[in-house]
Design a protein around this ligand. Structure first.
Ligand code: SF4
Length: 684
């Protein structure tokens, strides 16, 4: 320890990494964070993972934090005053709006930042830019959940709390989710559930760590989730395990579903998914016969060209056996970023105002025009994944990115580069000079979670407090205050005295946040919907009826992924997270101890393929796709099947997104990160 206890104070806050929403105490000495201790939150019960414990504080005081506004002149960033930078931003955006119209502008908000910042960001884009071209990084991770669950159940969020689906359950159907690495505290609680007798069915193309402790592993081929789900339902119906009362009274669309899944015999599904038909039958029986059996899923379901259909398939399975609206059941997406649920709730999406109130509904437009005292566009905006190609085509001229790094995170990096280079004016608001910020015309220094008050909403819809522990560095400013300055200079005066004042406005305009106040969040947070001061929140959704009334079955035929292996690119590649790093490593990459354990990208290759190619563990290899070529290091073993490979997406050197494909789901426009075709060769 670099401190003595009596020199420090502790500030309770919420972990800034994944969507689990672990509670922790920041240990503060003077104006410096010197440590982190676990706190007893409802989602983490005194647990923290390696990222929460060790990578949540050093980056805040890192020497390379941005501390002053920067303006690019002749290709070089030069320090500027706030007044110069903000005036330039407002002038340029005004000019572009006058020349090309409001829809030539767009903004990407930050799912890592607090609800209050996200709310004000989308207000800036809508009220001051005049467009609904606003999105957040849910687009590239769980937008399929938002669309798929909202369509089938009426609400695009996790149905049950984490504690509920990891305590006293009989079976867990874990689909496309690797919680011990991506949501480690949830993973730890699943392990505890196994010790208490729960049986886990892992449905995943890789032998993830939980496979060792699981009752059954269906090692499905990546991209075949819909076929797997249809096969499960075929068996459930054939064996009389469906809940006919629930189907009759609580759902609609069953007949069409029944007709469709009749075609998906175990033998047919086994062939599509490359699994054993008997295992599929066993899985269906185990899940259907258990009283308490949640479905937990993650990006292995969403990040496909059929991502929304995969999510709707999860709803189908749960509704077929009536395992929804009940304790220890439900359909439970593990959201990725700490506040990606919140960024969606706050309306940082092109189709929805805050609280999923639809842009397409004239009453909603009227409501927000009145609340914000401004005239608003009723035209649905573009998703972030549509904005980038539109920038390449010259249709989007001005872009404001708050805390995202699409050069590293979005598929097919070359197409992102082209888009950013083609912009007339580009603003990035950030903590660090990221790969994306380097393309900006103006870079504005924002502040980290430890320097601000606010709230994050975790994966279980729990709104929890974020509390300021240290003062911002240099001239960096409160993020919402920067947006207010931009709005004011664009002719829409806006000011808030505090984050709490913003939450008061949020509670006024979002009915499901109507009962949320900072005072009520003090202890354990609140799970929305929480409609009034008397409402204690909603741990389990869809209990009496679905948010949309009746649950909607969707009959969904299986479709192949867009790019499959061929003679030129014979390996199917998937991407995903690893335990030690978080997304672009902006935070974990600035933590020395973590870098000592893991500081380079790698590709998992099956031993059979490695032997054939003459590749050994740790060898440098080139990986190429139709988009590009990178170098990385081989991790040889049996975690993946022969002819399949896996890479993490955290490392800018050997960035796997140079290879991934910009093919998208038609509904959520989410990229197909989980399937593309590559080739591998040893570096001589
Ligand atoms: Fe933070 Fe997620 Fe780890 Fe919890 S599980 S400590 S929220 S990274």
């Amino acid at each position: 320890k670099s401190y003595r206890a009596w020199e420090t104070k502790k500030v309770r806050t919420t972990c800034p990494h994944c969507g689990t929403g672990c509670q922790m105490n920041l240990v503060v000495k003077g104006n410096q964070l010197v440590g982190v201790e676990p706190a007893n939150g409802p989602a983490n019960r005194n647990l923290l993972c390696v990222k929460g414990k060790f990578a949540s504080y050093k980056f805040v005081g890192a020497g390379d934090r941005l501390t002053e506004p920067l303006i690019k002149r002749n290709g070089i960033f030069e320090p500027a005053t706030w007044d110069e930078a903000l005036t330039l931003v407002a002038d340029k955006f005004s000019q572009l709006k006058a020349d090309y119209g409001a829809d030539s502008l767009a903004g990407f908000s930050c799912s890592r930042s607090v609800n209050e910042d996200n709310y004000v960001f989308q207000k800036m884009v809508r009220a001051a830019f005049g467009t609904n071209n606003v999105d957040n990084c849910a687009r590239v991770c769980h937008s399929a959940s938002v669309h798929g669950l909202a369509h089938t159940l009426g609400s695009g969020a996790m149905t049950n709390p984490i504690a509920d689906i990891t305590t006293d359950v009989e079976v867990i159907l874990l689909v496309g989710s690797n919680p011990t690495e991506a949501h480690p505290v949830v993973g730890a609680q699943i392990r505890q559930a196994i010790q208490n007798g729960a049986k886990v069915i892992v449905v995943d193309p890789r032998k993830i760590d939980l496979v060792k402790d699981s009752a059954l592993h269906l090692q499905v081929k990546a991209g075949t989730n819909v076929a797997f789900a249809n096969g499960m339902m075929h068996v459930i119906l054939k064996e009389g395990l469906a809940d006919r009362d629930f189907i009759e009274n609580r759902t609609e669309g069953f007949e069409e579903l029944e007709r469709l899944v009749a075609e998906y015999t175990p033998e047919k599904v086994a062939e599509i998914c490359h699994i054993d038909a008997e295992d599929l039958i066993t899985a269906a029986r185990m899940y259907a016969k258990a009283d308490k059996a949640p479905i937990i899923y993650c990006l292995g379901v969403t990040e496909h060209s059929t991502g929304t259909e995969g999510v709707m398939s999860m709803s189908n399975i749960a509704m077929l056996v009536g395992k929804i609206g009940k304790q220890g059941c439900g359909v439970n997406p593990l959201r990725g970023q700490n506040n990606v649920q919140g960024a969606c709730d706050m309306g940082c999406m092109p189709y929805d105002f805050p609280g999923y109130q639809k842009v397409a509904n004239p009453e909603v437009i009227e409501k927000f025009e009145k609340a914000w005292n401004v005239s608003l566009s009723s035209k649905t905006g573009l998703t972030s994944t549509q904005v980038l190609p539109a920038a390449t085509e010259g249709k989007i001229k001005g872009l404001y990115i708050f805390g995202e790094d699409p050069i590293v995170t979005d598929p097919d990096t070359n197409h992102v580069r082209k888009a950013l280079e083609n912009l007339d004016f580009f603003v990035v608001q950030e903590l660090f000079m990221t790969e994306t910020a380097a393309y900006a015309d103006v870079v504005l220094p924002g502040i980290s979670y430890a320097e601000k008050d606010g709230t994050f909403t975790n994966t279980e819809r729990r709104v929890q407090r974020v509390r300021k522990a240290v003062e911002p560095r240099g001239e960096a400013r409160e993020d919402y205050a920067i947006f207010c300055e931009v709005m004011t200079r664009l002719g829409y005066p806006c000011h808030y005295d505090s984050a709490e004042e913003i939450m008061e406005e949020i509670a006024e305009v979002i009915p499901t946040f109507g009962g949320i106040t900072y005072e009520r969040l003090e202890e354990e947070g609140l799970q929305w919907p929480c409609r009034s001061k008397e409402d204690s929140g909603t741990p389990i959704m869809h209990v009496e009826e679905f948010t949309r009334g009746k649950g909607l079955f969707m009959a969904i035929p299986y479709k192949k992924s867009r790019e499959l292996p061929d003679d030129s690119y014979p390996y199917l590649m998937s991407t995903g997270r690893m335990l030690y790093h978080y997304n672009t490593r902006a935070m974990t990459g600035r933590t020395e101890g973590i870098n000592k354990i893991s500081n380079r990208s790698y590709i998992e290759i099956n031993t059979v393929d490695a032997d054939r190619l003459g590749i050994e563990e740790g060898d440098k290899v080139t990986v190429s796709s139709r988009r590009g070529t990178i170098e990385t290091y081989a991790a040889v073993g049996d975690r993946v099947f022969p002819q399949e490979v896996f890479m993490t997406f955290h490392f800018p050197d050997g960035n796997v997104n140079e290879l991934t494909i910009a093919e998208f789901d038609d509904i959520a426009i989410i990229p197909e990160y989980k399937v593309c075709a590559v080739n591998i060769a040893p570096v001589k």
